[in-house]
Design a protein around this ligand. Sequence first.
Ligand SMILES: [Zn+2]
Ligand SMILES: [Zn+2]
Length: 181
Amino acid sequence: MSDSLKINLTILPEEGLSLVFSQNGEWFRSRFSTEELPDFSLLKADIRCLITRSGDTIYIRGELAAQIGQECGRCLEPATISIGGDFAYTMVPAKTETDQDVELTAAELETGRYSGDFIDLAPIVCEQIVLMAPMRIVCSEGCRGLCPRCGANLNTNSCSCRTQAADSRFAALRNFKVNKQ
Ligand SMILES: [Zn+2]
Ligand SMILES: [Zn+2]
């Protein structure tokens, strides 16, 4: 499946190549090592892109729409949100043959390198999904989070310590840290 995202530049049409494709969570996970795996999971990503060239420079313009899931940053219940937006990459040939393992990093967002006759869209799409995902997600803007004293989910429960409740954002942050260990 990942091979289908490799673009053969030698047969790129004059007018550009227009692609529409979808990827799922299993594909997304497989693109990361265990240590690099994002905190969120991908449910689905729909991508449209247009690939054009001018000489050796390849231009990729795309549009991403995805659903991601993560536990709510306040109440820790599963939450799903939609993310998306436009992206653009300029790809230039790698300077030397030994440059061919260069991967796109956050510092090289707009310009990437390619070598040989192929461009792989998979790392580009994955990078965009990571970039468009917020640092944390909430199940709803009105989520009341957990009680900082007894841990009750205040969306579904009430507890006797509510009147002394501290800032629920702070509580959520503290719970988040505990949960990460
Ligand atoms: Zn919540
Ligand atoms: Zn409480």
